[in-house]
Design a protein around this ligand. Structure first.
Ligand SMILES: NC(=O)c1ccc[n+]([C@@H]2O[C@H](COP(=O)([O-])OP(=O)(O)OC[C@H]3O[C@@H](n4cnc5c(N)ncnc54)[C@H](OP(=O)(O)O)[C@@H]3O)[C@@H](O)[C@H]2O)c1
Length: 310
């Protein structure tokens, strides 16, 4: 099938391009500023996605069977820094893509976030549970879900994704890439012992997305994540162990939410996700942390530093 992919240079988008190409699909990928190569793309288009007219023309030109929206302002702090730009990318863009998907009768897959919940309970959140975002990013993601399903309830899937692991194109985007960059720069990352997350890799999420492009019977909002819940600090320790780094080479500071009360107001204590609804429909399985770590590469920006560590 022809797949129109926004955010093709991002952590998830690049993984979707590879996964879709592996399964024999033709991927037309939209990038913003990224100038490098993207494995799996049949065609790369540089486009300002805030420009609805140009987007409209690009979608009509591609006339895709499926549209996958991986473009976003995906970091909560970046949304706070420029709320108007984030609103365009996080809300207006998915709404426009949903309308375009309707226009060309394409399947539509949109990405939302676990951050539509406040994380104040420890029981896993089911997709139908009441939402209660505590930061702008979470509010925008929730608004995007509603905007998409207002026009695309019959053919759209929104996936609420968790904290993401995996290998990004630039090697600077995912959890292990950011930790290794800090260690290479001589820093000691501070990680919460009392913020629990259920990470998955971008590659595993991409398999889910491609399966959902191929299978049009599934519609609505679903959760995806990994098979295990753990603290950010515990995840940092697992990453350090996986890369066989010693404490002196890769120090980690354990912090608690109580030590940063202002920041904690916008951060969720526990984001456990109930995956049963989607996992029951797909071949792709949620992965354990060990399985996720297994696939991780040493990111190019820190290779020199890493291989000097012995
Ligand atoms: N990363 C996570 O931990 C995480 C967790 C849960 C949910 N999500 C959601 O998953 C989706 C994918 O996230 P991600 O982490 O893969 O994002 P990302 O790595 O930050 O990539 C964002 C993508 O959006 C593109 N983009 C941004 N503004 C653009 C513009 N004005 N015009 C054209 N392209 C633009 C970027 O293109 P260029 O780089 O080429 O400019 C890039 O390809 C998002 O909806 C995000 O909210 C992410």
């Amino acid at each position: 099938m022809n797949l129109f992919l926004t955010g093709a240079s991002g952590l998830v988008g690049a993984a979707v391009a590879s996964a879709a190409a592996r399964r024999g699909h033709r991927v037309i990928g939209v990038v913003g500023g990224y100038a490098g190569e993207i494995p799996g793309l049949a065609k790369k288009i540089a486009l300002e996605l805030a420009d609805e007219t140009a987007l409209h023309a690009a979608v009509l030109d591609a006339f895709p069977d499926a549209i996958v929206n991986c473009a976003a302002v995906s970091v909560p702090e970046a949304c706070d820094a420029d709320p108007a730009r984030a609103q365009v990318l996080n809300v207006a863009l998915p709404a426009a893509l949903a309308r375009l998907a309707h226009h060309v009768s394409a399947r539509f897959i949109h990405l939302s976030s676990e951050q539509v919940f406040d994380g104040s309970r420890t029981a896993p959140y089911a997709a139908g549970d009441p939402t209660s975002p505590i930061n702008l990013y979470g509010r925008q993601k929730l608004e995007s879900e509603r905007a998409v399903h207002a026009v695309a309830a019959d053919f759209a899937v929104t996936i609420r994704a968790p904290l993401l692991m995996g290998d990004s194109l630039g090697g600077k985007r995912s959890v292990h890439e950011r930790l290794l960059a800090d260690w290479a720069a001589g820093k000691t990352p501070k990680l919460y012992t009392d913020e629990l997350r259920q990470p998955c890799t971008a590659e595993n999420l991409a398999e889910v997305i491609v399966e959902l492009c191929e299978w049009r019977d599934v519609r609505g909002v679903f959760h995806w994540g990994g098979a295990e819940l753990l603290s950010r600090h515990a995840l940092g320790l697992r990453i350090r162990e996986h890369f066989k780094l010693a404490e002196q080479q890769a120090p980690l500071a354990a912090i608690t939410r109580a030590e940063t009360p202002e920041a904690a107001k916008k951060r969720q204590p526990c984001l456990a996700l109930d995956l049963a609804l989607l996992a029951g429909k797909l071949k792709t399985r949620p992965q354990t942390i060990a399985e996720q770590l297994d696939g991780l590469k040493v990111p190019p920006p820190v290779r020199d530093w890493y291989f000097k560590q012995g």
